[in-house]
Design a protein around this ligand. Sequence first.
Ligand code: CA
Length: 219
Amino acid sequence: MRLLLVEDDAMIGESVRLGLRRGGFTLDWVRDGRAAELALANDVYDLMLLDLGLPKKDGLEVLKNLRRQGNRMPVLILTARDSVGDRITGLDSGADDYLVKPFDLDELSARIRALMRRQAGRAETLMQCGDVTLNPATREATLGGRELALSAREFAVLAALLDRPGAVLSREQLEEKIYGWDEEVESNAVEVYVHGLRKKLGADFIKNIRGVGYMVPRR
Ligand code: CA
């Protein structure tokens, strides 16, 4: 799951970046409103964490432009503006949720997971397909009820595929989900992770659509 963090406060940005990466999220961090719009124009994100008081362009403007363009990406506002009026303006401008600073990183992670579930049209907190179950909150995976040892990146690849069973994701789309800007993409990484997952889940669990990408069929 790839997130865009828009935050000009160095200390808050760094702690959110470290905390969410430790929690298994892929995250790119920009520090002003213009850089946010550039990132949104050039990369695909699953969710944006948006500060409101930003240099160069206000967070509310970034949000309004995003919605004007028809982009439905979930947006969670992070703000020190704790007045009721600011929260209402943020939500009415197209935000899906907000947290008032200072906030708890575990609560932020839980709200991100809730927004991602809603985006995927899922009320269930576990991701399930056949006898494979993923718990995004605890990063635990099971196969037929038995614990399955997955690396962080194997988990990320599988979660991206289970988020939309039946949909084909290209190698590039999967790379985007598991690597941030400052992380070097290892060559053949996606192939290697899919190969590892197939060994653990059975060869048929992930289908290779030749020349297009990978998918997990609905089961
Ligand atoms: Ca700020």
